[in-house]
Unconditional design. Structure first.
Length: 375
């Protein structure tokens, strides 16, 4: 019995020791788990801070790079780079005998738009609309601030011999609706509609009498209206230059100097578009439709379209058999494209002659008017 009791006491002691050991192990495990949780929490906070700093750095870099590129393209657009600073003799030689470099204007204008959208939509997906509004505001100010010194205070559209400033602003106007497909994904990601700078400008001008901003991008709208004179002038040159782009692509207009252009204006020019391929016809037709749409948009917001009469008359003097093309009753698929082009061409000619059409009546009392959002 004594031996059995001793065994029981020994077993009891072992159990107590084991129990204490297990308890201590559990406590140590709990302490280790708590320490690991703390470390994981610190690690998550560090990772989040690192991500925020990385995102901020990328946003800042895209912001700076975008504006640097805009400035570079605008410098080239208006020939304000160091290589463009040539002497008087060289300038006169280039004026009368040099090559025509006007086609570069449209490339530089398009790249300017892409550069602005780079910082506008390249930002992080977590950026809210207010941040994007601020980016568009600054990009818009940079653009119009540069255009300001190239736009006359009298906003003269009907000039006899457009200079480089005129053509540069017109090129920007032609490319206001330029936007890269990659940046449209940024709009979609934020559940926003397709909006180009052309759309933002129209939206702001439509609501220009509002006493309070109600757009989704109110800072950008306000900035556009602060440059209303420049914005309107750019739109005016847009609808004038788009038909000239067609003129340059379908005739030898861009190869001519002043004297030969005068002859073209006086005598007109016959051309053959039978060999134009479908893609060319579609692009030219699109340009003419954009010109017509711009005039329509201007009228709808109470602004009368103005014309460069000499350019409009040059355009009107082009004869590619448009009357006969539109009379054809059973055109083929290719002929239908040519017919669409002829219709758009004829419409542009008619619009330039009908600018005396009555304008829509603007709201007389804008008191307490809130600019509505299109979204």
């Amino acid at each position: 019995m004594i031996k059995a009791a001793s065994v029981l006491v020994l077993l009891g002691s072992c159990l107590v020791l084991v129990s204490c050991s297990l308890k201590k192990t559990a406590e140590n495990a709990a302490k280790t788990t708590e320490e690991m949780n703390e470390k994981m929490k610190d690690l998550k906070e560090t990772s989040q801070n690192l991500k925020e700093r990385t995102d901020a750095l990328e946003s800042e870099m895209t912001f700076d790079l975008s504006h640097t590129r805009m400035i570079e393209h605008l410098d080239r657009l208006f020939a304000e780079t160091s290589r463009d600073n040539v002497g008087v003799v060289t300038s006169l030689w280039q004026l009368f005998f040099g090559h025509n470099e006007d086609p570069d204007l449209f490339a530089e204008a398009a790249f300017t738009m892409h550069a602005m959208y780079f910082q506008f939509w390249k930002g992080q997906s977590g950026e809210d609309l207010a941040e994007l509004d601020a980016r568009l505001e600054i990009g818009t100010e940079l653009l119009f601030d540069r255009l300001f010194k190239h736009i006359p205070r009298d906003a003269q559209v009907d000039v006899l011999r457009p200079n480089l400033s005129y053509k540069g602003v017109a090129a920007i106007g032609a490319k206001l609706d330029e936007v890269h497909a990659r940046y449209l994904l940024g709009l979609k990601r934020r559940d926003l509609p397709r909006m180009t700078l052309y759309d933002y400008i129209l939206q702001a001008l439509r609501n220009r009498d509002a006493l309070a901003r109600g757009e989704h991008t109110p800072r950008a709208a306000a900035k556009i209206l602060q440059w209303e004179h420049e914005a309107v002038y750019t739109l005016q040159l847009r609808h004038n230059i788009l038909p000239v782009m067609v003129l340059a692509r379908t005739t030898d207009f861009q190869d001519r100097k002043d004297l030969r252009r005068f002859w073209m204006w006086w005598k007109g020019q016959k051309i053959d578009l039978s060999k134009a391929n479908p893609e060319q016809l579609k692009e030219w037709t699109t340009w003419l439709k954009k010109a017509s749409q711009t005039r329509k948009d201007l009228r709808e917001i109470g602004i009368r379209p103005e014309y460069n009469r000499k350019l409009a008359e040059l355009f009107e003097g082009v004869d590619f058999g448009q009357a006969e093309i539109m009379r054809k009753t059973d055109p083929s698929a290719q002929e239908m494209l040519l017919r669409d082009f002829a219709v758009a061409f004829t419409k542009n000619v008619a619009e330039s002659k009908a600018d005396a059409e009555p304008m829509p009546v603007r709201k007389a009392d804008p008191m307490d008017m809130i600019a509505p959002s299109p979204y």
